[in-house]
Design a protein around this ligand. Sequence first.
Ligand code: ADP
Ligand code: MG
Length: 256
Amino acid sequence: MAKIFCVANQKGGVGKTTTAVNLAAGLAQVGQRVLLVDLDPQGNATMGSGIDKRTLALSIYEVLLESASVAEARARSEHGRYDVLGANRELSGAEVELVELERRERRLKSALQAADADYDFVLIDCPPSLSLLTLNGLVSAHGVIVPMQCEYFALEGLSDLVNTIKQVHANLNPDLQIIGLLRVMFDPRITLQQQVSEQLRQHFGDKVFDSVIPRNVRLAEAPSYGQPGVVFDPNAKGALAYVDFAREMVERVRRM
Ligand code: ADP
Ligand code: MG
């Protein structure tokens, strides 16, 4: 059975897509069968996996509207060695169209069930909002991975997401839990970041992943080459950290 995880945080630019893409590639490197679902109309996870969002024949949009299956709509990231359910601007229309439809928040869940046997991990890159698209992700998932920067307001921003997850857990998906907070773009030379990191540990205990992703320019450069950072420059600090994180996730899933 595939384990399904949302990478979510309602803030933009916090490292969701970088985490989704590099965790997908990292998991593939340690032998896992992975599907990456791009739920953001910006299509950054699609492009960052080396798939051109402008020329997608089928995408997550058709899957949500039930005119295509996951098996029909998926593409292969050749560099990353994982499958991708791609997204582009069309997806922003789905948000409006879904509102009218029955089971509107369960579309992704149903679609993924049909592809369950093909994967060990399904990772869902969520848009920076708590929209119907994100809701489809949360309803499908066993857990949420929350990337965050160790900044002063980091904890404050977290409460909306935590409340949404609680509501989805209570009403729509009893499996859902926060798997962990992932510290990203970390710079140990900045005292404030060390302090916030320490606070996170005190507050959330083992809900904070042991792996820490450093700020590393190679991770930021990789998408323009259509490659995950862990493939683009495997020896860069950021790449090594994401492969460590992939191993940590495999270990967590074993204990779930
Ligand atoms: P989100 O999906 O949450 O909007 P992204 O993953 O797109 O965030 O990251 C926002 C920006 O930060 C991007 O330009 C990305 O390349 C950069 N970035 C993300 N993680 C790192 C990192 N660990 N080191 C350096 N740059 C990073
Ligand atoms: Mg993103």
